[in-house]
Design a protein around this ligand. Structure first.
Ligand SMILES: [Cu+2]
Length: 126
């Protein structure tokens, strides 16, 4: 009986860890900070209002960046390079409502695979 209980709690813990590890989670706000780890974004779903800001901050040993799949914006335009290392930040304001797939050109792709996510610019969800 004791062994069965132990097995169950271990399975639950593994499920929680697996969930937190594969998905970056959602963040919502007017002025959001998103760290770029090796090799994933801190958040894979970002919601800001029109005119909101995302501060993309390097937080890894590898260089990272954030680029819109439709090429409408890129951290390169404000940072001056696609290579953001630990502590390098690029703050972008978004004045066009829309849903943007974004990715790191080194570790993701425009199909939204691997190091990638979705930025939703619009009215805050209630
Ligand atoms: Cu990267």
């Amino acid at each position: 009986m004791k062994l069965r209980l132990l097995g169950l709690s271990t399975a639950v813990m593994i499920a929680i860890v697996a969930c937190g590890g594969s998905e970056g989670g959602m963040v919502e706000g007017t002025d959001v900070v998103v760290r770029m780890f090796d090799n994933r974004f801190e958040f894979t779903e970002i919601r800001i209002p029109v005119g909101g800001t995302v501060n993309w901050v390097g937080a890894g040993r590898q260089p990272h960046n954030a680029v819109a799949a439709d090429e409408s914006w890129s951290t390169e335009t404000v940072f001056g390079s696609l290579d953001q290392f630990d502590g390098d930040s690029a703050s972008l304001s978004y004045d066009q409502a829309g849903e943007y797939t974004f990715f790191c050109t080194y570790h993701g792709n425009a199909q939204g695979e691997n190091m990638a996510g979705v930025l939703i610019v619009g009215e805050p969800s209630s």
